[in-house]
Ligand binder design. Structure first.
Ligand SMILES: [Fe+2]
Length: 295
């Protein structure tokens, strides 16, 4: 075998090994835990379970069981930041996975993939910075939203509410999906409830213009998803792309926006069903323990 053939064989073997690893990593469901100092002094901690980007198709038994098992955390509030669906027939499956979590107060917003089915894509296209959107067939988001509402969770699509959670009151405001240009912040604009224990903004995609708007209205925390943490990351380094306006170094987890407001981007539990890989980026949900601010 020539040197060139040996090198080519090595490249192919390394590519196959990396692809195999990425398929495996996409099923290593992980719970992250963060303390978020956004409560007033002396307030009791509040435990918020943040789930996002489940991308459920009917046959994902391990993922569905893992999601249902999150109920053992007994959160004070569950927040789902969208992209729950990935198939037209997935609504009953989602509801079965969420059923134990419906025992807790919850709220949700839609993501772009709740409206339209994902499409088979050239993976290289995902890495290109400007990708015009391509839409698959419409999904049954109205049915899922109605069912989650009937189960007791609050639809935050362009809504502001105050929910009791733990020993406090949480002021929540949410938008429709920014990625499909459906977010209309003006519909929820205005100072956040100063009498609530904490004020949380909820949106699918962490677009800086929305983070700025929530900060201006004095929200304490914004929860978003959409990025999948980059889904394919440089090991021990940043994401390669975020597929939205936030930068690659803040593609996942907890960050401070300004001296008052934090934001948390959940790296999500799923992937495009036609390319179910993740690399250096575990599929995950986060348990956020809100605690009093320092000083
Ligand atoms: Fe997603």
């Amino acid at each position: 075998m020539s040197g060139l053939a040996r090198i080519a064989g090595g490249v192919v073997a390394a590519g196959a090994a990396t692809f195999g690893y990425s398929l495996w990593e996409a099923k290593q469901y992980t719970l992250r835990r963060f303390d978020v100092p956004v409560l007033p002094p002396g307030a009791e901690p509040l435990r918020v379970l943040h789930v996002s980007d489940l991308h459920i198709v009917a046959a994902q038994r391990d993922k569905l069981a893992w999601i249902a098992d999150l109920a053992r955390l007994e959160p004070d509030l569950v927040v789902n930041t969208g992209d729950t669906l990935s198939a037209a027939d997935a609504v009953p499956t989602v509801l079965r996975a969420f059923e134990p979590l419906f025992a807790f107060p919850g709220c949700f917003v839609p993501g772009n993939n709740d409206y339209f089915a994902p499409q088979r894509k050239n993976p290289v296209r995902y890495l290109l910075p400007q990708r015009p959107p391509r839409f698959g067939p419409p999904l049954r988001w109205p049915d899922l939203a109605a069912a989650m509402t009937a189960a007791g969770w609050t639809d935050l699509t362009h809504a502001r509410v105050v929910l009791p959670a733990g020993s406090g009151k949480v002021a929540l405001a949410g938008t429709d999906d920014p990625h499909l240009f459906r977010a209309r912040y003006a519909q929820i604009a205005g100072p956040a409830d100063p009498d609530a224990t904490v004020r949380i903004g909820v949106t699918h995609s962490p677009e800086p213009y929305l983070l700025r708007a929530f900060a201006r209205d004095r929200y304490d925390l914004v929860l978003a998803g959409h990025t999948h943490g980059g889904q394919v990351r440089v090991p021990f380094g940043p994401a390669i792309v975020t597929n939205c306006g936030i930068d690659v170094r803040r593609a996942r987890w907890l960050h401070q926006w300004d001296e008052r407001m934090y934001f948390h981007i959940c790296a999500g539990l799923g992937a495009n069903p036609y390319l179910p890989i993740r690399f250096a980026c575990r599929p995950e949900a986060s348990l956020l323990t809100l605690v009093p601010r320092a000083g």
